[in-house]
Design a binder for this molecule. Sequence first.
Ligand code: ADP
Ligand code: MG
Length: 253
Amino acid sequence: PAHGEPLLQVEAVRKTFGGLTAVNDVSFAIAAGDIVGLIGPNGAGKSTTFNLITGVLALSAGQVRWRGEPIGGLPSREIARRGISRTFQHVKMIPDMTVLENVALGGYMRGSSGSVRAMLRLDREEERRLFAEAERQLARIGIADRMHEMAGNLALGPQRLMEIARALCTDPALLLLDEPAAGLRHKEKQALGDVLRQLKAEGMSLLLVEHDMEFVMGLTDRIVVMEFGTRLMEGTPAQVQASPAVRAAYLGT
Ligand code: ADP
Ligand code: MG
């Protein structure tokens, strides 16, 4: 994008499920190299917003632009190909496959339209390339030493890092993380924070849903606050922390 032009523009997006409006008229933008937090109470529409950006769900209204181009309505595989990747709120893995296999398979399945059958039809060269990329990404986030362990044997912290490695296999410019620190111990959160800061230093943009306010405040450049499907406010961590509306809606103080 041109200097100052946002990488991602979420423009008045809406999602309805039958009679329920899960996301209503939500707009925000992410500039290159930004870490943006998306916070709000349970059911506020954060995961649904991720699903709208990544094409997992169809927009009911509004538009999403990536480097200025509309991407609403594109299949998630194509959105991933253009440079937006994500993790899911609940760890998705095959527990009795190795970490390396999970990352390599995930790299292939990215965007969900691939099938295991298609995976089995990969030629040698393609398979070699997928595993090399998986190994490279595991090294990038510092868990290459665990790559031959069964994924199901890892603690939650390394499992979340494994998911990030998988999301990185498509070489994204923007990474969406849905509650990456939920349930992690303090040390694991610190390790995760270090990885996310490293990715930012490498030029990646990040959008992250997170409930741990200390974690969000210490990591993000800007925060978008959602409540009842709408954008309640957007600002710096300091502005958000000082907002009486946010305190009332979310912090419970
Ligand atoms: P958050 O991630 O902020 O906790 P979600 O985006 O998961 O919130 O959910 C927002 C609202 O949309 C909730 O009321 C939820 O029950 C509803 N919702 C989410 N996904 C679906 C779906 N696939 N079908 C019906 N309702 C859904
Ligand atoms: Mg959610």
